[in-house]
Write a protein that binds this ligand. Structure first.
Ligand code: ADP
Ligand code: GN1
Ligand code: MG
Length: 371
């Protein structure tokens, strides 16, 4: 627990600090919800410490976040949106005017208004949530397509370079720093049997068939806040990986997190299945907002869910072999449970791929494409 009262003094809060607690279930940053008294009203803010082991250049992260959120706010204000400041994150400035501040230990902190009357979900509850989450991420991609200025910084190089993730796993197996490789031979075999899948999207990006876009890159379900009362998509959060990427990995991560019947770390693999009606809701929600996709992208929407689930499982397995240094864990073998869960879901997706592709074709009225 950090000294949040001291952190609060780094920002232009214009309110009196009351108390703070750790908040949310993100795997990367340290997130706190802090209550303030603002001229007699209780309001809350999010203070976040960026994990600089994951984001090696946190100032670049904040340059991207500031550009994207300023652009979003300007668009919302221009269209006269009645709750523009609830529809996008906005950075509270530090005393020097920057959208971040460093504490005495050298950690980078940022502060956002708390987006009220919303929730992020670790586990989906209904099709409307799936539709709204996907529509909101699709709208976010539409918004970032018009971002003026230079290419955004790549805050993590090769973030969705699945072949590179596979190569990193092979290094972790070889190094076996935590002495765990012998216990995960079945998982290693599972990945190696699917090595040919790994470059399918990156190869198409390299050949120009799939375009580079400005994408979110971490579109898990709990990174979009939905209205508690109506389930309407309100605000996309966790913008640290918003950078050049492929729309397919964004759609795929919605499938990974909103189509399964369990949450990502469910250890009882027998419970892991797919709700095809949820998948259909995702396709409909996404395509209702992301109207810019080309035929190659459309034809790979179903496959993208499988690929990023495989990639995520590879990353959990790599972290397990490395001794759990990247993702936050809160029980022994947490990363191994996550990895097994993801691979079980990959197998489910493979069994359902024909049905999923048919849903995409029906929804997009797409003539099947060869790539
Ligand atoms: P991480 O990178 O660790 O996942 P996030 O930026 O996703 O960090 O934040 C963690 C959690 O905090 C989110 O899942 C969400 O529940 C909550 N959260 C973050 N920002 C806000 C905000 N502005 N308003 C309300 N809740 C937020
Ligand atoms: C991390 O930060 P969070 O919890 O939203 C990770 C994603 C993974 C996800 C798996 C920067 O997301 O890439 O898909 O965990 N974020 C980063 O749950 O590595
Ligand atoms: Mg998050």
């Amino acid at each position: 627990m950090h000294d949040l009262h001291a952190i609060s003094k780094l920002f232009q809060m214009r309110a009196d600090f009351v108390e703070a607690q750790p908040f949310g279930s993100g795997h990367i940053n340290d997130t706190y919800c802090a209550w303030y008294d603002q001229a007699g009203s209780r309001i809350r803010y999010i203070h976040q410490r960026i994990n600089h082991h994951v984001f090696k250049n946190p100032i670049q992260v904040m340059e991207n976040v500031a550009r994207v959120t300023s652009h979003a706010l300007a668009r919302l204000l221009a269209e006269g949106h009645p709750e523009a400041h609830r529809r996008t994150l906005t950075c509270i400035p530090a005393w020097d005017g920057k959208p971040y501040a460093f504490d005495a230990a050298g950690n980078l902190w940022r502060t956002y208004p708390f987006i009220e009357r919303t929730r992020g979900y670790d586990e989906i509850e209904c099709n409307k949530q799936a539709y709204q989450a996907a529509r909101t991420f699709g709208a976010f991609q539409t918004l970032t397509a018009n971002l003026p200025g230079e290419r955004l910084h790549e805050t993590i190089a090769g973030f969705h370079d699945t072949p590179q993730r596979l190569a990193a796993l092979e290094v972790a197996i070889e190094t076996d720093i935590a002495g765990r490789a012998a216990t995960v031979q079945a998982e290693i075999a599972f990945v190696r049997a699917r090595a040919a899948d790994c470059p399918r999207i990156t190869d198409l990006i390299a050949s120009g068939i799939i375009p580079e876009r400005v994408t979110h890159n971490d579109t898990k379900l709990n990174n979009v806040l939905l209205d508690i009362a109506t389930a309407e998509g309100v605000c996309v959060i966790d913008l640290d990986t918003t950078m050049p990427g492929s729309a397919l990995y964004d759609f795929g991560d919605m499938v990974r997190t909103a189509a399964p019947t369990t949450r990502e770390d469910e250890a009882n693999l027998g419970q892991i299945g797919i709700r095809l009606d949820r998948f259909e809701a995702l396709v409909k929600g996404y395509l209702s907002a992301a109207t810019f996709l080309n035929d190659a992208e459309l034809s790979l929407l179903a496959f993208s869910g499988k690929l990023i689930t495989l990639e995520c499982g590879i990353r959990f397995l790599t972290d397990y072999l490395d001794g759990d240094t990247y993702f936050k864990t809160n029980r022994p073998d947490h990363n191994l449970d996550r990895c097994r869960n993801q691979f079980a879901f990959v197998a489910v997706l493979e069994e359902n791929m024909d049905a999923m592709e048919e849903i995409v074709r029906r929804t997009a009225q797409l003539v099947p494409c060869e790539c």
